[in-house]
Design a protein around this ligand. Structure first.
Ligand SMILES: *[C@@H]1O[C@H](CO)[C@@H](O)[C@H](O)[C@H]1NC(C)=O
Ligand SMILES: *[C@@H]1O[C@H](CO)[C@@H](O)[C@H](O)[C@H]1NC(C)=O
Ligand SMILES: *[C@@H]1O[C@H](CO)[C@@H](O)[C@H](O)[C@H]1NC(C)=O
Ligand SMILES: *[C@@H]1O[C@H](CO)[C@@H](O)[C@H](O)[C@H]1NC(C)=O
Ligand SMILES: *[C@@H]1O[C@H](CO)[C@@H](O)[C@H](O)[C@H]1NC(C)=O
Length: 370
């Protein structure tokens, strides 16, 4: 990140300023050059800021070469008090000029870059990337709209470059995670339907990031879910689930979203279940995924079936007769037992088998009850 580069520059600059006091070491860096980049990353918060100048200096000193620092300290001692004061003022000035920018300041820079039509594609990516990292913190996500960032990022959803559109969706998705305030702000901008169109993009990356954002926006958010269903989100999911030519990552994400939506209903039993869940074609497309050649997709489908079976409005006989869930579970049982013979796969296969057995129980209980 830029701040880190700025920061490292500052350290080296300061070091050189101190070293200058000693003619013989003036061209040598004081700081251990053997340190890896990762060692050089500052401690504390993940985005490289320091809470105070003191903590920065403390970190800098703890990462320096003690012998050279010692030499330098002795050189400092040889300076007259007025020289020393002058030197200290110079260092202070350097630090102030290059001071670590606050997150809000960084967001403002990125936002103004996005709003500037002259910003190059490369700089636009960089600005979105910066925002992506920043909005991971809840406070920053909440500041994004205040700083005008939400509309700036939303505008990018219409950019001619599909990579930029994907990145913008990613930022919106990340900021929406576990953040009802942000979810609400995005909802008010009417962005959900735009994202749902993007899911169908020819660009796989754009589709995946858009579906990621749709999932983040609807998670635990009734208003977003209602809009999702109203905008034929159910049909969109179904189209992805039953089309084997669609990218596997997109299909996995679609199953996860379906599970999330079903789980929400299970946790909020007072809410009506949307008719979408009892659609037999939808249920069949999920059960059919257990025959996929992708084991991960099979497992995710199994977890989705577990939630769907527990909904009030799904019917056991639809699962049995129309979806042939019994056969699907038997087929999976066989496959998992075969996998258990393989040392590398045994643990995973046993975990999936546990879920499969659970699904079988729920299924049989539902059959007896209905
Ligand atoms: C460094 O060298 C310059 C001339 O080369 C000299 O004027 C100055 O006094 C020296 N400084 C120290 C700290 O030795
Ligand atoms: C610089 O190095 C020379 C020999 O390498 C030494 O004689 C001299 O004292 C050193 N000067 C300083 C200011 O350390
Ligand atoms: C620093 O230098 C002084 C004088 O040469 C020496 O006594 C002291 O042990 C040194 N300290 C370190 C940490 O190298
Ligand atoms: C917009 O970007 C161009 C090119 O990077 C730059 O020269 C110009 O100063 C920017 N304008 C504003 C208002 O930041
Ligand atoms: C399946 O998806 C592909 C794009 O990956 C699309 O071209 C095709 O029309 C879809 N098939 C159906 C039956 O929807």
């Amino acid at each position: 990140m830029e701040r880190r580069i700025l920061f490292l520059g500052l350290i080296l600059f300061t070091a050189a300023a101190i070293a200058e006091t000693d003619n013989n070491t003036s061209r040598q860096p004081l700081w251990s050059t053997a340190a890896e980049e990762s060692d050089l990353l500052p401690p504390g918060d993940s985005d490289g800021g320091f809470s105070s100048m003191d903590s920065m200096l403390h970190w800098a000193i703890s990462h320096s070469d003690p012998e050279k620092l010692n030499e330098s300290a002795q050189a400092q001692e040889r300076l007259s008090p007025s020289e020393l004061l002058k030197r200290q003022l110079e260092i202070k000035e350097i630090m102030e000029k290059t001071k670590v920018l606050s997150d809000a300041e960084l967001m403002k820079i990125s936002i103004s870059d996005l709003n500037n039509v002259s910003t190059s594609l490369e700089d636009r990516y960089r600005a979105l990337h910066e925002l992506l990292e920043l909005v991971e913190l809840l406070d920053n996500a909440n500041d994004l709209n205040k700083l005008g960032g939400l509309s700036a990022v939303t505008q990018e959803l219409n950019h001619y470059d599909s990579g930029i559109r994907a990145f913008a969706a990613w930022v919106l998705g990340k900021a929406s995670q576990n953040n009802p305030t942000f979810q609400q702000q995005v909802l008010e901008l009417g962005v959900l339907s735009r994202l749902m169109i993007m899911v169908k993009s020819d660009s796989i990356e754009e589709g995946i990031k858009a579906l990621y954002a749709v999932s983040a926006l609807t998670r635990n958010n009734l208003a977003s879910q209602e809009l999702f269903y109203a905008e034929a989100g159910g049909l969109m999911l179904q189209d992805i689930l039953r089309n084997a030519t669609i990218d596997i990552k997109l299909r996995r994400k679609a199953v996860l979203l379906l599970t999330d939506l079903a789980e929400y209903q299970l946790e909020n039993v007072d809410k009506d279940e949307p008719p979408f869940f009892s659609d037999q074609d939808l249920l069949k497309s999920v059960v059919d995924l257990t025959a996929s050649t992708d084991l991960d997709l099979q497992e995710k489908a199994l977890v989705a079936i577990k939630s769907l079976l527990q909904l009030r409005t799904t019917e056991a006989r639809v699962f049995r007769d129309f979806c042939a869930l019994g056969d699907a579970l038997n087929r999976m049982k066989q496959l998992l037992h075969d996998l258990m013979a393989d040392d590398d796969q045994r643990d995973y296969a046993m975990d999936v088998e546990d879920v499969r057995i659970e699904v079988e129980h729920i299924f049989h209980k539902k059959l007896v009850k209905q």
